[in-house]
Design a protein around this ligand. Structure first.
Ligand SMILES: C[S@@+](CC[C@H](N)C(=O)[O-])C[C@H]1O[C@@H](n2cnc3c(N)ncnc32)[C@H](O)[C@@H]1O
Length: 382
């Protein structure tokens, strides 16, 4: 029995039905019974598995991406390596180990982890103990100390609450979470009032049919805007990987997962993972509006291959036992194959063509001044 359900029910009784965004925020982040607040949900014993938990190669590639972009942009002073939603800290751990092979990089790095879960913060602390780097935790990206930064987020935005809007005969309405007649189970219903049509991506307004759903990634867009503003002001780059679609699309992508099975989104809030597919067009638009350059989206498989995943797998296999060989082959295929995570997972990167490089945000001269977008050419995106 979900301990959060009575709390959600009480809020609905006192304030009326909740937006899907509010429901998602409570189910994932309630300060006592939220899904991420109270547990480590990863791995075979948990509810789902993510790329860094599949293979060390994933974090290693991202660590090398950071070091390569750092060089490409001509950054020279202290650099803030920021991760949004770092899970168990596995990605950061693998990234730091790989980036440590680039002379002088780690010495300039301090790590900032944006994480709300106390359980996962403790796990991250243990993961990062072997590294001689300063690590600071933050609840929100906007609290991260200002300065040049390299930002990574894997499967972070799929956990950010969305508003869902539904096309009805006479206009668009918000999808809400209310109480069934028995007063103890949750049901979807529509808002009494129409919503402002401007909330729907314009390109979809004429194609939407009755019951079609549009998901507004309001919170993700706000975070993207803040990241983009920081990149424009202080320099650096960001990379985000998640499952989703490159262009605006209609559809209800809200889903729940428990013990590696899809389950009903309204059952057992706080005891199952809730996610949505990321609309990368909404994300890109927010970043561009704030002045950043956006690269991609492109397929995760293509991205990882361009960073040298095949070569890394080959190196691991060269000294592998029979079992390890099997594991490396399976991980490589899971991360890159279009039938698995290679295509559904998309990658975008942000940079700023007008950025001024250097430790204090000042221009460093020929190597760093006015770094152009092509300087972010790892991988070589157009
Ligand atoms: C799906 S997990 C991804 C974990 C990790 N990046 C990985 O790939 O294994 C989502 C992560 O985001 C964190 N998270 C969820 N909501 C958050 C929020 N509002 N602010 C910061 N972190 C959040 C979770 O605690 C978890 O670490």
């Amino acid at each position: 029995m979900s301990l959060l359900l009575p709390i959600i029910a009480a809020e609905i009784k006192s304030q009326g039905p909740l937006s899907v965004a509010r429901y998602m925020a409570m189910a994932l982040g309630h300060d006592q019974y939220g899904y991420y607040t109270k547990q480590d949900p990863f791995g075979a014993q948990g509810d789902f598995i993510t790329s860094p938990e599949i293979s060390q190669m994933f974090g290693e590639m991202l660590g090398l991406w950071c070091a390569a972009v750092d060089q490409s942009l001509g950054l020279s002073g202290p650099i803030n390596l920021v991760e949004l939603g770092p899970g168990r800290g596995t990605l950061m751990c693998d990234a730091l180990r790989a980036a440590g092979s680039v002379p002088g990089f780690l010495e300039r790095v301090r790590v900032s982890l944006v994480e709300t879960s106390p359980v996962l913060r403790a796990r991250q602390k243990t993961s990062l103990e072997p590294f001689d780097v300063e690590v600071t935790w933050y609840d929100r990206f906007e609290d991260v100390t200002e300065g040049p930064m390299l930002v990574i987020g894997n499967e972070f935005f799929d956990a950010m609450p969305v508003h869902q809007y539904v096309r009805a005969k006479d206009g668009w309405f918000e999808r809400l979470v209310g109480l069934a007649k028995d007063q103890s189970t949750l049901v979807f219903e529509l808002s009494a009032d129409k919503i402002d049509q401007n909330l729907i991506a314009e390109v979809l307004l004429n194609t939407a049919k009755i019951d079609d759903v549009f998901e507004d990634q309001a919170i993700s867009k706000t975070i993207m805007t803040k990241i983009a503003e920081r990149l424009v002001a202080h320099g650096g780059a960001a990379v985000f990987l998640d499952y989703g679609h490159d262009q605006h699309a209609l559809g209800d992508t809200f889903q729940a997962m428990r013990t590696h099975q899809f389950v009903d989104v309204l059952s057992n809030p706080g005891d199952q993972d809730l996610t949505v597919h990321v609309d990368f067009e909404q994300m890109s638009q927010a970043a561009k509006k704030a002045g950043a350059d956006v690269y991609g989206p492109l397929a995760q498989g293509v991205f990882l291959e361009s960073l040298g995943l095949r070569q890394r797998a080959g190196a691991l296999k060269a000294s592998a036992t029979q079992d390890q060989l099997f594991d490396v082959n399976r991980a490589y295929s899971r991360l890159t194959s279009p039938e698995q995570m290679g295509s559904l997972f998309r990658v975008i990167a942000l940079g700023s063509s007008g950025q001024r490089m250097g430790s204090s945000g000042q221009s460093t001269g020929s190597s760093g001044q006015n770094a152009r977008p092509k300087d972010l050419n790892v991988p070589p995106w157009s």
